[in-house]
Design a protein around this ligand. Structure first.
Ligand code: HAM
Length: 418
């Protein structure tokens, strides 16, 4: 046998066992997004590297060490998308979607980050992203949070919503200075990672998960104290609205997020996974990004669900893909079984035909495993036996098989509904 070729580490296929659940969740998400008036946008997987350097930030983990970047045959630096927001803004500007109009968009697909793979962290993972443009007030943030909240409730996903405000770029700059001053005064208490971040992206020091850093971080200045009056009022209006709408949330002053484009509100839905907190879905406002990427100043806010993490928390979804009918057939019958299966499908039924030429016994085993409600055993060129819900409905000529099966299934459905 030839040597097998292994897949790329942290990059895996989604197997048939899981695709049924994914498809059911995706279908539900589609209908919830439509109910809120969001339209799908399909974005490319490849973009110019400079898009991410400018949008996500030169000094972020994503751009510094996680991107899949390469020179194409023309010597141009391209990157596999590590996230969807930058590409959505780039495509929206190019297509003129943001000119004096509001947009509610969503996208879904694979993203790529060269992180250390572990449970819930992959090098190819999937996001469902939702982005809204042209709306300045906190109401659109509340709408997005309601949308995410509804999806999670419908699927039985248990999370906590954490929120914070980063204010405007000016508030952030003032806060940054104060934070750097504080951290420099406590330089001896910083671990290696934080010392590096202090120089390059001090807000990210607040993300440290090192318990030894907890004490020094607890005493650090908080961004809430550096918000200007407008930023404070914006955040207060949002939290008031969420309270009126009955959405539970926690304000976490240390929540800063790892991408540079955020302003004002940032939020994360987190789950508790064996004591560690994992972000399942995250986002915020990014009013500066459209202009940063060459468009006219445009208010913007959005979030992205990490689908692998999300699917792991779904408890309520029905993804039954069992066939209605399983057709067993002796090998000698050739294509006759296909003719029968086609007529059953013409009547709207889901049909699986055993075509592997196995014994009667192993075909029956497979038929039972398929959980089909009805089994049709082709005997010869003339007769078939119909078995529905374990009951033998008798032997009938081929010509009557479709009627017998549909009647038996109807009777079973009525019985089940009682
Ligand atoms: P992010 O926080 O970088 O934000 O990613 C969003 C979500 O993607 C995370 O909360 C997590 O569930 C999932 N995720 C990230 N990296 C991985 C990974 N290596 N493996 C598995 N899941 C992962 C963004 O990407 C922003 N574009 C969100 C946004 C949209 N902000 C505004 N609009």
């Amino acid at each position: 046998m030839n040597r097998q070729i292994a897949g790329v580490r942290g990059v895996s296929a989604l197997l048939p066992h899981d695709t049924a659940t994914w498809a059911a969740v995706e279908d539900l998400a589609r209908s919830v997004l439509a109910a809120y008036g969001y339209a799908e946008i399909r974005l490319p997987v490849l973009e110019r590297t400079e898009l991410y350097a400018r949008a996500v930030g030169e000094v972020t983990d994503i751009v510094e060490k996680e991107m899949y970047t390469f020179l194409d045959r023309n010597g141009e630096s391209l990157s596999l998308r590590p996230e969807g927001t930058a590409g959505c803004v780039r495509a929206g500007i190019e297509a003129g979607l943001f000119h004096n109009q509001t947009q509610r968009l969503w996208y879904q697909g694979p993203m790529f980050r060269h992180e250390r793979p572990q449970k819930g962290r992959y090098r190819q993972f999937h996001q469902l992203g939702v982005e809204a443009y042209g709306m300045r007030g906190p109401e659109i943030e509340a709408e997005l949070i309601l949308l995410g909240d509804r999806l999670m409730r419908m699927l039985g996903v248990k999370t906590r919503l954490l929120m914070n405000s980063l204010g405007t770029a000016a508030c952030r700059a003032r806060y940054r200075d104060a934070l750097v001053q504080y951290l420099e005064a406590h330089a001896s208490a910083l671990d290696e990672d934080s010392t590096r971040r202090l120089q390059r992206n001090p807000l990210r020091v607040l993300d440290s998960k090192n318990p030894e850093m907890a004490e020094v971080l607890a005493g650090a200045p908080q961004i809430g104290d550096y918000l200007n009056a407008d930023a404070q009022a914006h955040f207060e209006r949002l939290t008031d609205q969420l309270s009126v709408l009955g959405v539970r949330f926690e304000v976490v002053p240390r929540l800063v997020r790892g991408l540079d484009y955020y302003t004002h509100t940032v939020f994360e839905w987190v789950s508790e996974d064996g004591g560690a907190q994992t972000a399942v879905c995250a986002g915020g406002r990014y009013d500066g990004l459209v202009a940063e990427l060459g468009g006219a100043p445009t208010a913007a806010v959005g979030f992205a669900i990490g689908l692998e993490r999300f699917m792991g928390l779904v408890t309520k979804v029905s993804a039954d893909q069992a066939p209605d009918v399983f057709v067993m057939t002796p090998a000698a019958l050739g294509a006759s079984a296909l003719v029968l299966a086609e007529s059953l499908r013409n009547n709207g039924l889901r049909v699986e035909v055993h075509l592997a030429g196995a014994s009667q016994k192993s075909q029956m085993k497979r038929a039972q495993e398929s959980r089909a409600r009805c089994i049709v055993q082709a005997q010869d060129e003339e007769a078939v036996v119909v078995i529905c819900a374990g009951r033998n409905e008798g032997t009938v000529p081929w010509t009557d098989a479709v009627t017998r099966v549909t009647k038996a299934l109807e009777a079973k459905t009525k019985h089940d509904d009682k």
